[in-house]
Design a protein around this ligand. Structure first.
Ligand SMILES: Nc1ncnc2c1ncn2[C@@H]1O[C@H](COP(=O)(O)OP(=O)(O)OP(=O)(O)O)[C@@H](O)[C@H]1O
Length: 653
């Protein structure tokens, strides 16, 4: 059995792009109309790869964790996003070139320019470019040219510190950085204006009158929250439970130039796990406690550094690095999923959000960042503890009660102050304002009520309504008494842990991590996609298109189809070697060849993509092995133990 060194030749982004384009994994949408930045169409292998990633995601999360699946609408009425805060805050900071009006995303401009200056400094010092930057260099040279200029050590340290906490800056702070460090538009050299907020949602209107504004959703999450009561009922009123949804999301990104990494329409896979705020333990935490993760915590970043550390999930939760078990559980499950579909663990880390980066209500947030040549370390999955924010804001806006009611084993007995009204006296004194006055009193907490009681004992008390009007209360209108209450039900707004996956970003990183070349200078690219996600699992290659192979081709195709294995026949009029090369580019992990020996002896050869190892055996045995390989039931080594090596000369036609 041969082994293979996939990293012998340097990663070549241009070659990968050419392969993806040639084999139509994806391409710019509306290409013959000139295309639109940030919109892409997936071709046959790209669509199958995406479908397979989603199918594994469903198996790994929805099936394995008994999640409740949803499919909610994309077009969303404006009030939903007003309540959620998206209308006010779902925005990025942009700057305009003062000369040509070009619009740039403020944080990306700072990042590109400072990284290019650091790169120039490395060149001037004669150092090799940093690993992630090596492939980015060509791109950066176009956008933000790196010229070999040596910087002061203090400046290098300052730039590194800014880059380490870039996500933590507000718009005005980014503007300050641009002034302090004389950051201009690299493509024109012109200065840029002050950062302005730009809302990323695509606005629309619902119905013919134009009176009902709406938005294309920028995430699937609101659909989960708005259906919370139904989901809770479906789950027999019990918490915790999780809902899950795969669907499209839309974001009007400011200047998307990063291929699938930053697009304006993309597929998300999102989970909302509803949990008791007083108990965020997870029943299956022990299963993941020993999983080791590479973590970049918020303290390290706030100190302007990017040093990661390896910790088990168990230790991270025990030490308070990750806020709670449920969040830790999901971080570990995200890790397992990404590895399962073929992401390189050496290019995967979890980065914690810094204080300003995280929404004010969130308790903790970790991004799975995957390294790639386009964006360096790029967030591909966000995993946040969003506390009770989402359900609370929708409950307040709709006056619907989005709570869990839990029967208590032992009733809770408590004594508290309550207002007892003389309704007649109240109505007489305040007439139409009586309701506002009672609401104002009932909104008081225990201390407020006791203060009111004291004032009434002195003769009268003043109360301010929500509208700000003041009224004088007298002891004839109400009495404040302490009473004993027994509660049999606990009512609470559950907290939400939200893992949110961008499928396109993961798919692109997977393509990069899977790509390698057999030879340095010849276009012999291979995509080593794991069988579970490979678009096609088995290539059936008859030696030629001769009719005598037809019955066997049909038989093998049918038997693979029946076993649920996605296979394709390639009987094109080209050499077997060329046919295999084409399928190496498509990431097809196995190939079976039918030749004259197959017709005579019912034997078939089996080829493994990465090693190009060939094995031979009876058709039944080869089919048995290849089905088991595709299902992940056996490894290639185990298949080799079953089938002898084939090193016969390729049969001649
Ligand atoms: N424009 C985009 N194109 C492709 N995927 C995206 C885009 N924006 C977000 N995603 C994906 O959706 C996931 C969840 O979205 P989230 O709102 O957390 O991203 P984000 O913090 O806005 O990302 P970024 O900071 O990179 O813009 C991300 O982890 C990412 O995989």
């Amino acid at each position: 059995m041969s082994t293979v060194n996939k990293t012998a030749h340097a990663f070549d982004k241009a070659r990968l792009d050419a392969l993806l384009n040639r084999r139509f994994f994806y391409a710019p949408a509306f290409e013959i109309y000139g295309g639109v930045a940030g919109l892409y169409d997936y071709g046959p292998p790209g669509s199958s790869l995406q479908a397979n990633i989603i199918s594994e995601w469903r198996r790994h999360f929805i099936v394995e964790e008994s999640m409740l699946e949803l499919d909610t609408t994309i077009m969303t009425p404006a009030p939903v996003f007003e309540s959620s805060g998206h209308v006010a805050r779902f925005a990025d900071w942009m700057v305009k070139d003062s000369g040509n009006g070009e619009v740039l995303r403020a944080d990306h401009l700072v990042k590109n320019v400072l990284e290019a200056r650091l790169e120039g400094d490395r060149e001037a010092r004669g150092a090799a470019p940093v690993a992630a930057a090596a492939d980015e260099k060509k791109k950066k040279k176009k956008q933000a040219k790196s010229t070999a200029v040596k910087l002061d050590d203090a400046v290098v340290a300052e730039y590194e510190s800014i880059l380490a906490q870039l996500d933590n800056y507000t718009g005005p702070e980014l503007g300050g950085l641009m002034r302090t460090h004389t950051i201009t538009n690299p493509s024109s050299g012109n200065p840029v204006g002050e950062p302005q907020q730009f809302n990323l949602m695509f606005a629309s209107s619902i119905g013919p009158t134009g009176q009902h504004p709406g938005f294309l959703r920028p995430e699937t999450a609101q659909g989960h929250f708005l259906n919370f009561s139904r989901l809770l009922e479906f789950n027999n009123g019990r918490v915790p439970f999780a809902s899950a949804q795969v669907g499209r999301a839309f974001r009007n990104e400011i200047s998307p130039r990063a291929g699938l990494i930053r697009v304006r329409e993309f597929t998300m896979a999102e989970i909302e796990h509803f949990v008791d705020p007083l108990d965020k333990s997870h029943p299956r935490f022990a299963e993941v406690a020993d999983v080791e993760l590479v973590l970049l915590d918020k303290y390290v970043q706030a100190a302007g550094q990017s040093t990661t550390r390896v910790m088990t999930v168990g230790a991270a939760v025990a030490d308070g690095v990750i806020a709670n078990e449920t969040l830790g559980y999901f971080v570990a499950r995200i890790y397992a999923f990404l590895l399962h579909i073929g992401i390189d663990p050496a290019r995967l880390r979890f980065r914690q959000h810094m204080a300003n980066e995280m929404a004010h209500y969130a308790a903790d947030c970790w991004d799975a960042e995957i390294q790639n040549s386009v964006g360096g370390w790029t967030e591909c999955v966000g995993c946040a503890d969003r506390a009770a924010y989402d359900l609370s804001v929708h409950a307040a806006a709709t006056k619907q009660s989005l709570v869990v009611r839990e029967a208590l084993k032992e009733p809770v007995v408590e004594e508290r102050a309550v207002a007892e009204w003389d309704k007649k006296a109240l109505g007489k004194a305040f007439k139409g304002d009586a309701g506002a006055v009672t609401s104002a009193v009932e909104a008081l907490d225990e201390a407020g009520l006791m203060r009111l009681k004291g004032e009434l004992a002195q003769g009268s008390a003043t109360i301010k309504t929500a509208a700000g009007k003041e009224f004088t209360l007298e002891p004839t209108m109400l009495a404040i008494e302490r009473k004993t209450f027994k509660t049999f039900v606990r009512e609470y707004v559950p907290n939400v842990i939200e893992p949110s996956f961008g499928v396109g970003r993961i798919l692109y990183c997977l393509l990069e991590h899977s790509f390698w070349s057999r030879e340095q200078d010849v276009d012999r690219g291979v995509l080593s996609l794991p069988a579970v996600v490979a678009p096609t699992k088995v290539l059936i290659v008859p030696l030629s298109a001769r009719a005598e192979f037809d019955p066997l081709v049909k038989e093998v195709s049918l038997r693979l189809r029946k076993a649920g294995v996605h296979a394709r026949v390639d009987d094109s009029n080209t050499s077997i070697g060329k046919r295999y090369s084409r399928n190496d580019e498509l990431g097809t992990p196995f190939g079976v060849t039918l030749d004259f020996a197959s017709v005579q002896n019912r034997t078939m050869t089996l080829r493994e993509r990465d090693t190009m190892d060939q094995r031979i055996g009876a058709i039944d045995d080869v089919l048995g092995a290849v089905v088991a390989l595709v299902q992940g039931a056996i490894t290639w080594e185990e298949a080799c133990a079953r089938l002898p090596r084939y090193d016969g000369v390729q049969a001649v036609e």
